[in-house]
Each structure stands twice: as C-alpha cells, then as structure tokens.
Design a protein around this ligand. Structure first.
Ligand SMILES: NC(=O)c1ccc[n+]([C@@H]2O[C@H](COP(=O)([O-])OP(=O)(O)OC[C@H]3O[C@@H](n4cnc5c(N)ncnc54)[C@H](OP(=O)(O)O)[C@@H]3O)[C@@H](O)[C@H]2O)c1
Length: 306
C-alpha cells in the first residue's frame, strides 16, 4: 500500500536532500512524498498547519522545519521556541487528531556533554543553551501530545552538499585562508543528511515505532579531526588545490555566544537493532558529499559564459 508523506522545512539541508531524492525518483516506490518549504507550510501558524495538512491528509509527517541558528538563538529565545517547541506541537496536534504518524528530528544539543560514554536515548537531557532547550521542549511536547504516534530521531553534526554546514564552511575557509584553527576538545559524530534521509524514509515505510531514537554516522571525533579529514578528501577530489595548516585549538580559544557540549556522541544501538540502517561509515558518507560538491563545481565551471 502506498503511504503519503509530508516533509516540512524543505529548503533546509535535510529537506533539500529528501526533495532531491524525490526529484530523482530515488525514494522508495511505495512512498508518495510531498516536500513543503516555510512558504507552503509555516509550522508556527496552527491555522495554516491544519488547512494544509487537511488538504494533503498525509499518513506520515517528517518534521524537518526548525530554528537551527545555535548562537543567534541565545538572543532570540522566543523565536527558537516558537518553531522548535510550539511549531512542532502544532504539527503534533494535527497528527493526533487525524491518526497519522510523526517523525521529528531533534539534536545532540539536548545533552550537557559531560558524559564520557555515548548518550543513550534515556540518558538525562540537560541542554546548555537556548537552541537545545527549545528542541528539548519540542521533544517533551510531542511525547505528551502523541505518546503513541511520534518517533523522535536525535542526530548530530549534520551536513550535506546543500545549505550551510561545517563541511562547506571549512571548504570555503580552506580555499580563502593560509591557515584555519579548529576546536579540538568537542567530541561528537558527523551525520550526512543522506544517511538520515534514508533512515527516516525507512522508518516511514516500516511498521511504526514510537519513542526516541539516535542516529549518526558513527565515530567519536573532534571538529579538528573532522576538518583534517574534510581537507584530505577535498584535495583528493580536486575540490581544493592547496593544502594549508589546520591548527587544533581549545573551546576557550574560540568563544561563541552559545555553550556547546564537550562530548555529545549518541549511542545508536537501539536504532540499529530496530531498523535496516545505512551501513556506510562517517568517512564514506563524507566522501560521498565531497564527490557531489566536486561534481557540482565541475558543472558550474563548465557552464557557457554567455
Ligand atoms: N544542522 C545540524 O548540525 C543539526 C544537528 C543536529 C540536529 N539537527 C536538526 O536536524 C533538523 C534539520 O536541520 P537542518 O540542518 O536541515 O536545518 P536547516 O538547514 O536550518 O533547515 C531548517 C529549515 O526549517 C525551515 N523553517 C524555519 N522555521 C520554519 C517555520 N516556522 N515553518 C516551516 N519551516 C521553517 C527553514 O526555512 P527557511 O529556509 O525559510 O529559513 C529551513 O529551511 C532540525 O530539526 C535540526 O534541529 C541539525
């Protein structure tokens, strides 16, 4: 039986990945996927949420709409909360009233980061900043409104060839500068939007499982380690032409408005045991995105000038 899926926040890096899969018809054949950007569905507007979803009547909603500017959120608490908590709850209320299912994306930033072992789904959440608090508030509202009908997938260090992310920032800085300095005392796991999209579409397709799940591409590395690997892959695939020094620095040497967890590795075992999960390592996923960025650069460079 074909299931209809709505994905919110389709201009974001995760949403764009799903949108591209659908354009290329690479999503599972028994899923009919509609991607909606903020203009088509603003989740902070309950009347619009109800009107749009009443028309589309999806079986499953993947909520990828979010306020994601971690530092800016420190000065925009109400705005972050409106999207990440109240907005998510608006979607959940429609889902509850219509016996649909919700798959919602959350973050490693719900954790304080003083663990030394990977965080399980039931580990105590204690966010350090406004963004993490707004996402945790969203999780709690969803579990309250939809105790049986929501799956919350926490992920970390998300990147892709779309939108803004660490990989693209590093590539830009490594092309522009003579040296880059990168924090070496925050440990986590990178996640490609491709692996997350594959997992979430699998979850939408298979028998619904509720509760919280963790998904990353594995590994426990620092941002510095990640930057070094990004440079290696980019040099290998001709995305960068010159190697520059990458200097490890401490968090104290790179002050930001929001505090970040020092350790936010997520334990994926529950997810791995319940679903058929993407099998590539974080290094292989990174290569896939670097190759795609190199391909796009080639296409742009070979476009006629007039
Ligand atoms: N980025 C990370 O490193 C990271 C890490 C862990 C978890 N996550 C979570 O992963 C999910 C996807 O993140 P992402 O990196 O793809 O985020 P993103 O690139 O910032 O995309 C978020 C999208 O949500 C849209 N949006 C914002 N407010 C909205 C509203 N009121 N109604 C509808 N859409 C709205 C934005 O629209 P505009 O384009 O119009 O602004 C944007 O397209 C989020 O839940 C995020 O919290 C991200």
């Amino acid at each position: 039986m074909t299931k209809s899926i709505v994905v919110t926040g389709s201009n974001g890096q995760f949403g764009a990945t799903i949108a591209n899969l659908c354009k290329a018809r690479e999503h599972p054949a028994n899923l009919e996927v509609q991607v909606l950007d903020r203009a088509a569905l603003d989740i902070t507007q309950p009347d619009i949420v109800n009107k749009v979803l009443d028309e589309l009547q999806p079986d499953v909603i993947i909520n990828a709409a979010a306020y994601t500017q971690v530092d800016k959120a420190e000065a925009e608490e109400a705005e972050a909360h409106a999207v990440n908590a109240t907005g998510a709850a608006n979607v959940a209320r429609w889902v509850a009233a219509n016996k649909a299912r919700l798959i919602h994306i959350s973050t490693d930033f719900v954790f304080a980061g003083n663990n030394s072992r990977p965080y399980t789904e039931s580990a105590e959440a204690n966010p350090l900043g406004v963004y993490g608090r707004s996402k945790l508030a969203g999780e709690r509202l969803l579990l309250e409104i939809l105790p049986l009908g929501s799956a919350i997938v926490r992920t970390s260090w998300l990147y892709s060839e779309h939108g803004n992310n660490f990989v693209k920032t590093m590539l830009r800085l490594m092309a522009e500068r003579e040296q880059v300095s990168v924090v070496n005392d925050q440990i986590g796991s990178p996640t490609s939007t491709h692996s997350l999209a594959t997992l979430l579409l699998t979850m939408a397709q298979t028998q619904f499982q509720r509760g919280i799940f963790h998904w990353t591409d594995g590994g426990a590395i620092s941002w510095y380690d990640f930057a070094v690997r990004i440079q290696q892959e980019a040099l290998q695939h001709n995305l960068l032409s010159t190697q520059i020094p990458v200097k490890p620095i401490s968090t104290a040497e790179y002050p930001t408005a929001a505090r970040r967890p020092a350790y936010s590795v997520l334990d994926r075992r529950r997810t791995l045991s319940r679903f058929t999960c993407p099998g590539l390592t974080w290094e292989q996923q990174l290569r896939h995105v670097i190759v795609e960025l190199a391909r796009q650069k080639l296409v742009v460079h070979s476009e006629p000038r007039n």
